[in-house]
Design a protein around this ligand. Structure first.
Ligand SMILES: [Zn+2]
Length: 503
């Protein structure tokens, strides 16, 4: 009897109280908080999490037994879940929901999502317990107008605190993202070719742009890292130029790659490098080891598909082992056999994308050695896996250069990473987070053929390898590097511009 009387309180305690205590425990302890290098962010998130749980606790305590079922469900979907998403964004990126974050959500695939969930497992478990419990607990429905008023009051309260009611933000940022996608479609379908592109010569030219993944240049031997992770690059005495002051603007692949490929022409921001090379008479190729477009169309795939040839060797298994990056070199070889005089080839690597042990064959496990395939639970071990992946990338890039050398023509390869990565914990390996300099400090390495060097000696002599530069202007540099010009392209945005002792 007595038990029945207290049933509601027991249920409230089991379903909401326990998770609340768990959250409180996490809040007051320092376990498993891996975004700890931004202390302010940590305390903000902790406070937000506590507020959520406290709030759900209070709501359930006060209303649960007589709560109106529909309102309760609506509260969960309109308020509680969006807030969780907002907090997840904060945990992963250090900012609340942005269009880039929504883009990452829309562009993910099942395996990447699983990898991300694994890294945030504590957070997820606690909140799933709360949510599932709430949905499964049979709420009594009693008709009483008073509860409708409570509902309205709660809604107004939630609405007035916009950061605590992010559903509108989600809708807004998602719509921005889809607007962007349609701009790409529009441009690729209605592309008006640029005329009057000035081309310095019409002999055989092969230019290769390699987009790396999540590589922090501070982990590369050629940039002075304590481990020799780039033996091939470091052995190339001449014809290799490592710019040491280039930073990425975004920390998500899709946003970062888009920034690399777009340029502003006549006020229109969606002009792409692919279209420029096409208009200049190049045959364009895009080979990718990143997933094809997923549930929602992916902007990077849009860019790739605007090339004359697009092929992805990855079946969308970002979080699993699929193909190693060396397979891109096989595709490159085929493209080099093409009869076209002028070619522009993009290779989009999987590089150092989490999970790292899927990114390279066993024999490249130099730094992680025998502990390979063990769970990466220590920072040192994760760093070693990361360094192995860079060692492998160095090997793949050397194979690219070997193929280009065989061509014996005017040629270059530019390698840069979409963004960097902070490796201070396992959690960092998912969805590159904007936490420290490693996230932005990317490699920007150019190899040129002897033929190119001979023809452009003066141009190369002017390069300033320490020039501060942002990767969202890369398109301008590539046009310059291919020795092309157009009146509408602002050549002062090229990395090779400026530090000239003018002659
Ligand atoms: Zn990336």
């Amino acid at each position: 009897m007595a038990l029945k009387k207290y049933k509601d309180y027991i249920v409230v305690f089991l379903f909401f109280g326990i998770p609340f205590f768990v959250e409180s425990f996490i809040f007051f302890s320092d376990i498993n908080w891996q975004y700890s290098y931004v202390p302010e962010a940590r305390s903000t998130v902790k406070i937000l999490e506590l507020v959520i749980t406290l709030f759900s606790f209070c709501v359930s305590y006060i209303y649960l037994s007589e709560f109106r079922k529909y309102f309760f469900v609506a509260w969960i979907f309109l308020f509680y879940m969006p807030m969780l998403l907002n907090l997840s964004a904060f945990r992963i990126t250090g900012t609340l929901i942005t269009d880039s974050f929504m883009q990452a959500i829309f562009n993910t695939d099942f395996s990447e999502a699983i990898a991300c969930l694994k890294a945030h497992i504590m957070f997820i478990i606690v909140n799933v317990i709360i949510l599932v419990s709430a949905l499964f607990y049979k709420v009594k429905v009693r008709k009483n107008k008073r509860y409708g008023l409570y509902g309205v009051a709660l809604f107004i309260f939630a609405f007035s605190m916009s950061e605590f009611f992010p559903i509108f933000k989600i809708v807004l940022e998602s719509s921005r993202y889809f607007k962007d996608i349609s701009a790409y479609k529009f441009y690729n379908e209605k592309h008006v070719p640029l005329t009057n592109i000035k081309i310095s010569n019409n002999s055989k030219q092969v230019y290769v742009l390699v987009i790396g993944e999540s590589v922090d240049r501070n982990h590369m031997g050629i940039y002075g890292y304590k481990r020799q992770t780039t033996p091939y690059f470091s052995a190339m005495k001449s014809n290799l130029f490592a710019f040491n002051n280039v930073e990425a603007v975004y920390s998500f692949t899709s946003e970062a790659v888009k920034a690399i490929f777009t340029l502003n022409i006549n006020g229109y921001n969606h002009y792409t490098l692919i279209n420029f090379f096409k208009d200049a008479g190049f045959k364009t190729f895009w080979f990718s080891n990143q997933g094809k477009s997923h549930v929602f169309e992916n902007e990077v795939a849009h860019l790739g598909k605007s090339s004359d040839y697009f092929y992805s060797i990855n079946n969308g298994n970002i979080g699993k082992q699929d193909k190693y990056d060396i397979s891109l070199v096989d595709l490159l070889k085929n493209a080099l056999k093409d009869k076209a005089q002028k070619k522009f080839i993009v290779l989009h690597m999987m590089g150092s994308h989490f999970p790292l042990w899927y990114r390279y064959p066993n024999k490249f496990a130099k730094f992680s050695s025998d502990k390979r395939m063990a769970k990466a639970d220590s920072v040192t071990y994760t760093n070693s896996l990361y360094d192995d992946s860079i060692l492998y990338t160095d090997y793949v890039l050397n194979e690219v250069i070997k193929e280009l050398r065989k061509e014996g023509c005017i040629s270059w390869m530019l390698y840069l990473s979409d963004h960097g990565q902070e490796i201070k914990s396992e959690e960092d390996c998912v969805w590159g987070s904007r936490k420290g300099r490693g996230t932005y400090e990317i490699p920007f390495v150019i190899w040129v053929s002897d033929e190119y060097r001979r023809k452009n000696g003066e141009f190369i002599a002017r390069w300033n390898l320490s020039k501060a530069y942002l990767s969202d202007k890369t398109a301008y540099s590539l046009i310059d590097l291919a020795r092309m010009k157009h009146d509408s392209v602002d050549s002062s945005k090229s990395i090779f511009y400026g530090d000239i002792t003018d002659q």
